[in-house]
Design a binder for this molecule. Structure first.
Ligand code: GLA
Length: 338
């Protein structure tokens, strides 16, 4: 069978028409393609800490509300952090929130994120530049560290007074992690408030933790208690719940009990099992600073930055409130945590 010779232009049009018909799936004429879903990362240094699990929970709630996809990645060290940024870029993410394993990685993280076109928001631990100053151009959200530290110190002093302890029989064990500004500000706040309450400065002992977990707090307090025996009562505090929990465990190892130890933590998320124990322990109180709220607010800020180009405020701080065995269920329910 032969075909009449058709003009070349006509043939081209037929081929183009057939090609158009074969496209699957076809969209109705004039309809715009659905915009791709926004993808955001949430990178945390210590995924085993309830604090960070609650941040992820809050970020999940923001993802459900705004309809973005959340990619959660554990970044316990520098290598994993840089690999996580590559993987986010490869997955088409547009930005990430990070609590970095090391604040000195800040410039490297920013450079890598910029090269991949990713926006960055920092949470909890603020990036440091090569000169040792905060990288203020990267938006940050974290605790009002000094204020919350002072609340811890005021709580220690008030509970000591309520129990009628003599200052002469009492010492304070403050577990410190001064490498990190947010932690140093918290413990400086504790010490300042204790001194202002009239507690003798020479009875406030700082002891550094090497790792920011319960064993780190335990080792730090054990080292101090071994040198300072003879006190009837101890006030115990640190930069977060884990530091104080470790120190309370150390006092128990030395024979102290709930009646002669007042421990105050910070965070209010890593002490829930402690508060749920059938009998009270030396861990008396924590200053709650909502981790789910941090997760929600940082990802919400990042989402609007990506979607509308609205940059987050440079520095946002969250407030704290005391929680004890008696009120934690009620307060955490009201906060939407439990
Ligand atoms: C630091 C601590 C965490 C938690 C956050 C809260 O990152 O290491 O345990 O306390 O601060 O900001």
């Amino acid at each position: 069978m032969t075909f009449p010779r058709l003009p070349r232009l006509f043939l081209t049009l037929i081929v183009a028409f057939l090609a158009g018909c074969s496209k699957q799936p076809s969209s109705p004429a004039g309809a715009a393609a659905a915009p791709a879903k926004i993808k955001l990362g949430y990178l945390v240094k210590q995924p085993e800490e309830p604090w960070f699990q609650y941040e992820w929970k809050g970020a999940d709630a923001a993802a459900a509300k705004y309809g973005f996809e959340l990619i959660k990645i554990a970044v316990p060290d520098g290598e994993k952090t840089l690999a996580a940024i590559d993987s986010l870029a490869a997955n088409g993410a547009q930005g990430f929130v990070i609590c970095t394993p090391d604040v000195r990685l800040g410039p490297a993280i920013v450079a890598k994120a910029r090269a991949a076109g990713l926006k960055v928001v920092t949470v909890d631990d603020r990036f440091l530049g090569a000169d040792g100053n905060f990288l203020t151009e990267v938006p940050y959200l974290g605790l009002s560290a000094t204020k919350i530290g002072r609340m811890s110190g005021v709580t220690l002093a008030a509970e000591m007074q309520r129990r009628g302890w003599a200052a002469a029989d009492t010492a304070a064990c403050i577990v410190t992690f001064e490498e990190l500004a947010t932690c140093r500000e918290r413990t400086d706040g504790i010490i300042a408030a204790l001194q202002e309450s009239g507690f003798p400065a020479d009875r406030i002992f700082k002891t550094p933790q090497r790792t920011t977990d319960i064993p780190g707090g335990l080792d730090a307090a054990n080292a101090l208690l071994a040198q300072k025996s003879g006190f009837k009562h101890w006030l115990v505090a640190g930069m977060n719940d884990s530091a104080t929990l470790g120190a309370v465990r150390a006092t128990e190892g030395q024979g102290y009990t709930a009646t002669n130890v007042i421990g105050v933590g910070i965070g209010g998320m890593d002490c829930l099992d402690e508060f749920r124990k059938p009998a009270p322990t030396g861990f008396h109180c924590s200053i709650l600073a909502s981790a789910p709220q941090e997760g929600y607010r940082t990802t919400e800020m990042l989402y609007f930055w990506v979607k509308d180009g609205t940059p987050p405020p440079p520095d946002t701080r969250t407030e704290g409130q005391p929680v004890t065995r008696e009120n934690f269920e009620r307060v955490l329910k009201a906060e939407g945590v439990l």
